[in-house]
Write a protein that binds this ligand. Structure first.
Ligand code: 48H
Length: 256
């Protein structure tokens, strides 16, 4: 084995993918469950989809299950998506299906990539790319290591026809928009309203309505959607996250 060939293979293959990902149909910030499910359904339709994930690993809050018990709960509606992905679950009590959080994350990730979506880890979305009329047309990226080390290194940008904020509780992309472009989200205040205390039934139901375009060119999915529109959190029940990802894919595909 030639050490330099190993290095060339890695750098060359990564750079080809990265250059190919400078322009895409849909760019997603965050490889949590909602972002990866959205990417799966988009890629399955042949829509060029790329996720940029800040962390070393994918899955966001899903692998941790409920309070580090790596199990997650799905209601009937959410179970239909588990079935589509071929993820195993068992019925704990009528209407409460339990799944292994590691099996769920790894299966969703693998299916999304095999459907054609790209996931770049260790890259943080730090800003949005806008047009003169302030429509969002892409993302501004930097290495997470640069951000963490607080180094003054300018970012690069990528162009997309639609952008999805799947950054979870922090709703980071929507917050960037309100900070830099003003209180112009289509929420009651124009700002990120902030999530409410735990109430699973309402949180799960609202999540589907809250999954929509929140600003021209920008959709919101997953926990970010409830944070933006001021709906409750729901704890370690994940059906809503998967259904929200699926809806985000439908809305994004319809907007292209
Ligand atoms: C790149 C970023 C950035 C950034 C964040 O938190 P997630 O798992 O998000 P969802 O919405 O798919 O799932 C939410 C769920 O995990 C959860 O927290 C639930 C159900 N909570 C209920 C409750 O009551 O607490 O994943 C978001 C991902 C993470 O991997 C982040 O690292 C990543 O987004 N991320 N990636 N650029 N600026 N910000």
């Amino acid at each position: 084995m030639d050490d330099i060939k190993i290095s060339r293979a890695i750098a060359d293959s990564f750079m080809k993918d990265f250059l190919d990902s400078m322009e895409m149909d849909v760019a997603i910030a965050g490889a949590g469950p909602s972002g990866m499910v959205a990417a799966y359904y988009l890629a399955k339709k042949g829509i060029k989809t790329v996720i940029f994930e800040r962390g070393l690993r994918v899955g966001g809050g899903m692998p941790g299950g409920g309070m580090m018990f790596n199990r997650i709960v799905f209601q009937e509606e959410g179970k239909t998506i588990l079935n589509e992905f071929g993820i195993r679950s068992s019925e704990y009590e009528p209407g409460y299906h339990i799944a292994d959080s590691i099996e769920t994350v790894s299966t969703i990730c693998s299916k999304a990539i095999q459907a054609g979506a790209k996931i770049f880890n260790l890259i943080s979305v730090e800003d949005v790319l806008i047009r003169k009329d302030e429509r969002i047309i892409g993302l501004v990226l930097n290495w997470s290591a640069v951000t963490m080390a607080n180094l003054h290194v300018d970012p690069l940008s990528v162009r997309a026809n639609a952008v999805i904020d799947a950054t979870g509780h922090a709703a980071e992309i929507c917050r960037v928009v309100t900070r830099k472009l003003g209180p112009k989200l289509n929420t009651a205040t124009g700002e990120v309203i902030g999530e409410k205390s735990m109430l699973a039934e309402v949180g799960e139901k609202d999540l589907i309505d809250n999954t929509r375009e929140v600003y021209p060119g920008l959709l919101v999915t997953g926990m970010a959607a409830n944070a933006v529109y001021g709906s409750p959190r729901m704890g370690a029940i994940f059906g809503g996250m998967l259904l929200s990802g699926k809806k985000a894919a439908e809305v994004a595909a319809g907007s292209l």
